[in-house]
Design a protein around this ligand. Structure first.
Ligand code: A2P
Length: 296
């Protein structure tokens, strides 16, 4: 019994999603099959993850009716000039008629004819960024709401400043903002800002990403003992306690299943986790490694 949140489109969204970044090929297929079997009904992918086809196949093979699943994919930065074509390609790869949510992956535009790396570079090593605003890209995404290709649109990796700039210019408030969120990176101000605008916040890397070092933190271990769950369950429960949607990722069937479990944290316990980043002195997060100036 996953919590269910309401989007500003009035659609419902399952409050725990299955993340698939860094899962490729057979691994991604097996993971999605395990996830759906375990009860996940919300799957998060992206064109740039390179796994849409295999995830689409797993969704189909799962036998779960399409309307019982919530599927998200994302517009990659090199497709910024033509979101409609990009979404068409994603739907073809996924083998779906529509997605439930289409997100702008990053507030950055890159040369569509550049090389095909995640962050294309020019010959001189600089990034192949083009002069196109995320506002114009979003305005083209808004047109997708008049098609049957996606039920909702949203954004990812935006800051408060960028989100405010966007909101000043557009008509359809994003349904969702997806950002990196875990106890080392709570981004409380941004979460509060979204909540004041009716935007649901999803958190990627809710366990702190590869290796999940956060799970060894004393406060998480202590609360895991107290509630008789795992430290990962505490991270996920904390995300839900603050009304954000965690997108835990695993390729291990028992961890996949276990990550669906959450408990209702007391406010005191929730707050103590929110404070963790202040005292550890650890500010380990994955977003800046992508080298895009996102914290402005
Ligand atoms: P694995 O795929 O071997 O389970 P995030 O969701 O923050 O990106 O974290 C994903 C990382 O955390 C992966 O390395 C994943 O490895 C690991 N992980 C996922 N679930 C758990 C869990 N319940 N306990 C410990 N590690 C986990």
């Amino acid at each position: 019994n996953t919590p269910i949140f309401n989007l500003n489109t009035s659609a419902k969204i399952p409050g725990i999603g299955f993340g698939t970044w860094q899962s490729t090929d057979q691994e991604a297929y097996d993971a999605v099959i395990s996830a759906i079997k375990a009860g996940y009904r919300h799957i998060d992918t992206a064109h740039v993850y390179g796994n849409e086809s295999i995830i689409g196949k797993a969704i189909k093979d799962s036998g779960i009716p399409r309307n019982e699943l919530f599927v998200t994919t994302k517009l990659w930065a090199t497709d910024c000039l033509n979101p409609k074509e990009a979404l068409k390609g994603s739907l073809e790869r996924l083998g779906l008629d529509y997605v439930d949510l289409y997100l702008m992956h990053w507030p950055v535009a890159m040369n569509p004819n550049g090389n095909n790396k995640m962050f294309p570079t020019k010959d001189d090593g600089s990034r192949d960024i083009i002069d196109r605003t995320y506002i114009d890209t979003y305005k083209d995404m808004e047109k997708l709401l008049n098609t049957n290709m996606t039920k909702a649109i949203g954004i990812s990796n935006f800051t408060i400043n960028k989100l405010q700039n966007l909101l000043n210019e557009i008509t359809n408030i994003p349904a969702v903002l997806q950002i990196e969120l875990h106890p080392y990176l709570p981004q409380q101000e941004l979460v509060d800002f979204c909540s004041s605008k009716g935007i649901i916040v999803e958190g990627y890397s809710p366990l702190g990403s590869t290796g999940a070092p956060i799970l060894k933190e004393q406060i998480l271990v202590k609360l895991a003992d107290k509630y008789n769950v795992s430290p990962a369950n505490i991270c996920i429960s904390w995300a839900i306690w603050r009304k954000t949607i965690p997108l835990p990722k695993s390729t291990n069937p028992s961890r996949i299943a276990s990550n669906l479990k959450y408990i209702n944290l007391s406010d005191e316990d929730g707050k103590s986790i929110s404070e963790l980043y202040k005292t550890t002195g650890i500010h380990r997060y994955v977003s800046p490694q992508w080298g895009v100036q996102i914290f402005d």
